[in-house]
Ligand binder design. Structure first.
Ligand code: C5P
Length: 227
């Protein structure tokens, strides 16, 4: 299992300061919408300059027509990002177009598909997709697998079933992890490290328990030691 730290602090400066504190570790760093829209590609280069050991996950959750997603995927691949994501609900054709377009890249980023946003309640999901969230999430994962994606973003509690439906090497990345039982904040279905391990998760995403800690590097060290 690997650790991905979410760089969700409000400014470029604070995110860079956090990254500097974590430079000694082999971890993923997650760069989301807000940071990327504000700080752009230059910020990704700054992170790589802090430590070549960082692997970068660009969390932009692409959703568009197949050709537009594939164009964006190529731009992302050329930025030297190690992983990005798209919405599985953009369709199998879209996901397949992206994967085909990336075939020519010798070192392409990993591509993960978002099954269902964890902020959706059962009712919200049904209203949008006309289906039950648990069934449809597994179905989206299967579509992503068949389209050639490398894995999915899902909750810890879906990881095992998704691997069972697809392949055990099909990656699962799970947000909402509270490594040592810290506050769940606004997350609905939180899990600790032990649960993530038990459910066979490949990459855990941890934000607040790391960046809000007095000693973020200490928390990261503790997490890595117990993986
Ligand atoms: O602070 P916390 O550990 O809850 O951060 C989780 C990170 O994962 C945040 O960046 C959040 O936006 C992201 N995320 C999530 N649920 C998803 C997808 C992404 O919490 N389904």
């Amino acid at each position: 299992m690997e650790l991905c730290v979410a760089l969700d602090l409000p400014s470029r400066k604070e995110n860079l300061r956090l990254a500097e504190k974590l430079a000694d570790y082999d971890i993923w760093l997650k760069v989301g919408f807000r940071t990327f829209i504000r700080d752009g590609r230059a910020f990704l280069d700054e992170l790589k300059a802090i430590s070549p050991r960082f692997r970068l996950f660009l969390d932009l959750k692409l959703y568009d027509i197949p050709n537009t997603m594939a164009d964006a995927a190529e731009e992302i691949a050329q930025m030297g990002v190690d992983m990005f994501n798209l919405h599985a609900s953009a369709g199998k054709k879209g996901m397949r177009t992206v994967m085909e377009r990336l075939e020519s890249y010798e070192k392409r980023p990993l591509v993960l598909a978002v099954t269902a946003l964890t902020s959706f309640s059962y009712h919200d999901f049904k209203e949008i997709y006309g289906a039950d969230i648990d069934e449809k999430a597994a179905w989206f994962a299967l579509q992503a697998y068949q389209a050639g994606c490398d894995g999915v973003v899902c909750s810890v509690y879906e990881s095992r079933a998704i691997k069972h439906e697809t392949d055990r090497n099909f990656l699962t990345l799970t947000p909402g992890v509270r490594p040592f039982g810290e506050s769940s904040d606004d997350q609905q279905r939180v899990a600790d490290l032990a649960a993530a391990k038990r459910e066979g998760v490949d990459i855990i995403v941890v934000g607040r328990p790391v960046y809000r800690a007095d000693d973020p590097a200490g928390v990261v060290k503790r997490i890595l030691e117990s993986l």
